[in-house]
Ligand binder design. Structure first.
Ligand code: PRX
Length: 630
């Protein structure tokens, strides 16, 4: 197993070693895994192209490390502990041996359906065990998985399937989410009707009792083809730098991009970070409430925990069903030791009152994690007092889809935890702050742009099908550094606090969204001439979506509702604007660029300090927009 940091002195020593001697450090972290062939070189890199290769020449299969290698010592231990949406439905305990068998069965079925190494498979599923099984089955045979969050619309799904040129979609028939019973397969059918010409088969996991439309040409039931397969499947030999998965995420331009992670480095980093950050000990029950449709679910529900031989809890439902005590009920029921969730969930549950957590025995909890967006002080203290009873350290973990794993975080019981601070970098991570001219801000008590100046094993390698975009987005703003897109502050003791995005990316309930992406969707409405989308502070969601639209014709509630429907159709309900203001014009610079800074101030009700608007092309519009503020 990778090294598990024991105490502060160990953290300091390990960190220093990892920075002074990164290759030796990562080589020793990688030693304990099962490799079919060891590497010729630990690292080769440049951030110019960029080209980053870890464990060059090594051969492996990540599922051997997630599953096979645990069978001898922990074959009967629960690997996945699944909790259904409906609390009366029994939980499922899938042991490491059982999981290996199920993954191999699915892998064999994929092969029978013509899937092989390098083929892309898109998942569009609720949080059922088959999602984790299917993802691992792809990895078993060298197919590249791309999980699309099941809340995205048919159009968004089709866009991702087309970009990845996926040969197969794996979905469920229904998604049980709270009181809702959503027909997932219908969404896939709609996507297939739109485009998805590369798809040969749709593999459908049965999760409901109602009928679904069926196409004999493409559709195959999971239970009909998977259950009859052999429980053994030889793992495909993968190069350390072969693609493991693509995960689409939003940037500041319109189209989501496919972030690519590869096998070897991702494996080493997710395991190493999981063991250090969560201080997982044998016998613990670890629960991350994220959806596998996001990077958090990939790295810290599936890969990290399984690589570390942990028991990982997977929950199908939502925090407030059947009531706002559900999370705490699950913690009590399964004696959860490590609990990892998002600030938006904490804020929503905080608003439901203290009685809910107070009703349950939460004494098993040893640490509380937060991820996805800045956690505000009030939520941090509520989490600390009412969930952790001031007895469980809070780890505010900062990272991104592109980083593959947690980068900056307190270590529970090892480094101190200061509210709202992600604090210190993990071993091997070298964060720096730059000013807007690219000068490094040395010392403490500084604020700037968060960059990283040396590669770590799970850094993204490219954006699928468009390497130039990868270079432009992450490696061009400040040549020689990886640019995160976030602004951050370093306090007097060197702790880092991530403030938020400095680009046109929104973070709504921890969901990442490009303003341009939402604008493109809004502009699909026939009456919309132009739109501008900005974020504004929102009590529960962190950021809400505020859309300014110029409309052709007479504004009406119907049009506003239709615009929301268009966004839901184009992206999904998570991108629906909270506020839509019809405006006569948008403030623009003389070169025609929308002045978002002004629109953000108006949306946030910061009207006292609008700055100089006299240089605008149309300064008169500012007062009109303010007058119509929602
Ligand atoms: O702005 C940062 C914010 O979420 C962005 C990454 O989003 P995504 O790729 O969807 O990954 C989310 C889960 C890892 C970052 O650029 N972010 C994430 N964690 C934190 C955070 N902001 C502040 N504090 C955090 N702990």
């Amino acid at each position: 197993m990778t090294h598990q940091i024991k105490d502060l002195a160990d953290y300091k020593k390990t960190y220093e070693h990892s920075i002074k001697n990164p290759e030796a450090f990562w080589e020793s972290e990688a030693e304990s895994f099962t490799w079919m062939k060891k590497w010729d070189k630990v690292l080769e890199w440049n951030f110019d192209e960029p080209k980053i290769e870890w464990f060059k020449g090594a051969k492996l299969n990540i599922t051997v490390n997630c599953l096979d290698r645990h069978i001898k010592d922990r074959g009967d231990q629960t690997a996945l502990l699944w909790e259904a949406n409906d609390p009366s439905e029994p939980s499922k305990h899938i042991s490491y041996s059982e999981l290996l068998g199920k993954v191999c069965q699915c892998a064999n079925a994929l092969k029978e359906l013509g899937i092989g190494k390098g083929d892309r498979v898109v998942f569009y599923m609720p949080m059922v065990p088959e999602l984790a099984i299917g993802v691992l089955a792809c990895a078993r045979i060298g197919a590249i998985h791309s999980v699309v969050f099941a809340g995205f619309s048919a159009q968004a799904l089709a866009d991702r399937v087309d970009d990845a040129q996926a040969k197969m979609i794996i979905c469920s028939d229904y998604n049980n989410r709270g009181a809702k019973h959503i027909a997932v397969k219908d969404v896939v059918d709609e996507a297939m009707d739109k485009s998805c010409n590369s798809v040969e088969h749709v593999l459908v996991q049965k999760n409901g009792n109602n009928e679904v439309n069926w196409s004999d040409d493409t559709d195959v039931w999971w239970h009909e083809i998977v259950d009859k397969q052999s429980k053994e499947c030889e793992p495909e030999e993968m190069d350390a730098e072969d693609m493991l998965f693509i995960l689409y995420t939003s940037g500041s331009t319109g189209k989501p991009k496919g972030v690519v992670h590869t096998c070897g480095g991702y494996m080493v980093y997710t395991c190493s970070s999981f063991r250090n950050v969560f201080q997982y000990k044998d016998g613990d029950v670890y629960w991350c409430t994220a959806d596998i449709g996001w990077i958090t679910g990939h790295s810290y529900i599936v890969y990290g925990p399984l690589l570390a031989g942990a028991t990982s809890l997977m929950f199908e439902g939502v925090p407030t069903y059947p009531d706002a005590g559900r999370f705490w009920h699950i913690c009590e029921k399964h004696k959860v030791n490590q609990f990892y969730t998002a600030p938006t969930a904490i804020r929503a549950l905080m608003a439901c009152g203290n009685n809910w957590p107070d009703n349950y025995d939460l004494s098993s909890l040893k640490l509380l994690g937060s991820v996805g967006e800045p956690i505000n002080e009030e939520a941090w203290h509520w989490y600390d007092e009412h969930i952790g009873k001031k007895n469980s350290p809070i780890i505010d973990t900062w990272w991104q889809t592109e980083t593959g794993g947690i980068m900056i975080t307190p270590l529970p019981g090892i480094t101190d935890a200061k509210p709202t601070f992600a604090s210190y970098p993990l071993p091997g991570i070298q964060p720096i702050l730059l000013d807007s001219d690219g000068n490094i801000l040395e010392g403490n008590n500084v604020e700037g742009l968060l960059c990283v100046n040396f590669p770590w094993p799970s850094i993204l390698r490219t954006t699928y099908g468009d390497h130039a975009r990868c270079k432009l987005t992450y490696f061009s703003a400040f040549p020689g550094y990886y640019f995160t897109g976030d602004g951050a502050r370093r306090d007097e003791d060197g702790r880092i606090r991530v403030i938020g995005r400095v680009d046109d990316v929104l973070n709504v309930s921890g969901h990442r969204m490009g303003t341009a992406e939402v604008e493109n969707a809004i502009n699909e409405h026939e009456n919309v001439i132009e739109s501008a989308v900005v974020g504004y502070p929102h009590d529960i969601k962190g950021q809400g979506i505020y859309a300014y639209v110029i409309i052709n014709g007479v504004p009406s509630d119907d049009i506003i509702n239709e615009i929301r429907a268009v966004v839901t159709r184009e992206i999904g309900p998570i991108a629906k604007p909270d506020k839509i203001q019809v405006v006569p014009g948008l403030p623009k610079t003389r070169s025609g660029k929308i002045m978002r800074r002004i629109l953000r101030k108006i949306a946030s009700n910061e009207l006292s300090n609008m700055g100089d608007v006299s240089t605008l092309l149309n300064p008169e519009v500012v007062d009109e927009v303010i007058a119509g503020r929602l």
